[in-house]
Write a protein that binds this ligand. Structure first.
Ligand code: ATP
Ligand code: MG
Length: 318
């Protein structure tokens, strides 16, 4: 359990549904065009942690930027609850984002010359929160991420994991309903990655926020309520890591820290089972036990699962 669960009065705003509809993003560099997203429709209701996975260059960061209002789509619409945000004016969009969305990035974006405390205070200063409230809130935020003792440290005097936790405190300063984290654990070891995921998970499950995370990291993926797979700018289905989740959670008195190697075996076994099911499906189709339509639907589903598992396996080097 993370400290974040036990601090009251810090997170009062619940999440809202984040929706992207038929999102298209084309980057133009002179004569060159990159179609980063080719019609992505996604929906993220609050109270859950979602993971977006996919190969490098598949459009994950692009999608996060559009959903969070950092960038605008070439086509399609983005909603935060009932509010359409892609057609807001620049100032309106900036104000809305500052108030509504907390971003956590892979490359930690703290101000290097400021202490942890001052970094967390910045967004509150921008929002003109009065001094006494600021002090109380910064203290609670640092406590929530387990860093009260390091308030006076500058980023260079903190470990990577600690810096990322400060970055989360910064992202949470204004109590945003939506939290978007783009590969937040990419540079962290197991213990630190777990702390980050614990915090993100608690924000969704305990505080009802809308939490969307991109990752290559299976330690993050197994904790997701839903995994969305992105490939070459289009979604390739949704995937629930139920079996992985089960195998990863504390079972018969286990610690719940099965670790990456245990996970490789779990994914391999699951992959083998999916392969068997595909063979079985072929057999049934050939013998006329099931019709082509049913077989096709089932086959697509199995292929989706297979790709998601292969993705996980690749990302844990299995
Ligand atoms: N500002 C930009 N200008 C031109 N092309 C871009 C820009 N940003 C991203 N792209 C291209 O858009 C595509 C999607 O990039 P994006 O950063 O969204 O991928 P990603 O899934 O986040 O990859 P990674 O896992 O490596 O972070 C890539 O082909 C990338 O080269
Ligand atoms: Mg990226």
């Amino acid at each position: 359990m993370s400290v974040i669960d036990s601090i009251s009065g810090l997170f009062e705003r619940r999440g809202v549904e984040v929706r992207g509809e038929r999102l298209i993003k084309v980057y133009r560099n002179g004569p060159l065009e990159v179609q980063a997203l080719r019609g992505v429709t996604v929906r993220f209701p609050p109270g859950r942690m979602y993971v977006v996975m996919g190969p490098s260059g598949s459009g994950k960061t692009t999608l996060m930027n559009l959903l969070g209002g950092v960038d605008r789509p070439t086509g399609g619409t983005v909603y935060h609850g009932d509010m359409r945000i892609d057609n807001l004016g620049d100032t309106e969009l900036d104000d809305h984002r500052l108030d509504y969305v907390g971003f956590v990035f892979q490359t930690i974006n703290l101000v290097p010359t400021l202490t942890a405390w001052d970094n967390v205070e910045l967004p509150l200063l921008f929002k003109k929160v009065p001094k006494s409230k600021r002090v109380e809130r910064v203290e609670k935020l640092l406590e929530a991420v387990g860093l009260r003792g390091k308030a006076r440290h500058k980023p260079s005097e903190l470990s990577g994991g600690e810096q990322q936790r400060v970055a989360i405190a910064v992202a949470l300063a204004n109590d945003p309903p939506i939290i978007i984290a783009d590969e937040p654990t990419a540079e962290l070891d197991y213990e630190n990655a777990r702390k980050i995921v614990d915090i993100l998970h608690a924000l969704a499950l305990k505080h009802g926020k809308t939490v969307i995370v991109t990752t290559h990291d299976p330690r993050v993926a197994v904790r997701a309520d839903k995994i969305i797979r992105l490939e070459d700018g289009v979604t390739k289905g949704e995937y629930t890591p139920v079996e992985l989740e089960k195998a990863y959670a504390p079972t018969t008195g286990g610690s719940g820290e099965a670790g990456v190697y245990g996970l490789t075996n779990i994914v391999r076994a699951r992959l083998a089972r999916v392969q068997e099911e595909i063979e079985e499906l072929r057999r049934k189709l050939v013998s006329g036990e099931i019709g082509i339509e049913e077989a096709f639907e089932r086959y697509q589903d199995l292929q989706r699962q297979k790709r998601a598992l292969e993705d996980l396996l690749a990302s844990i080097g299995g």
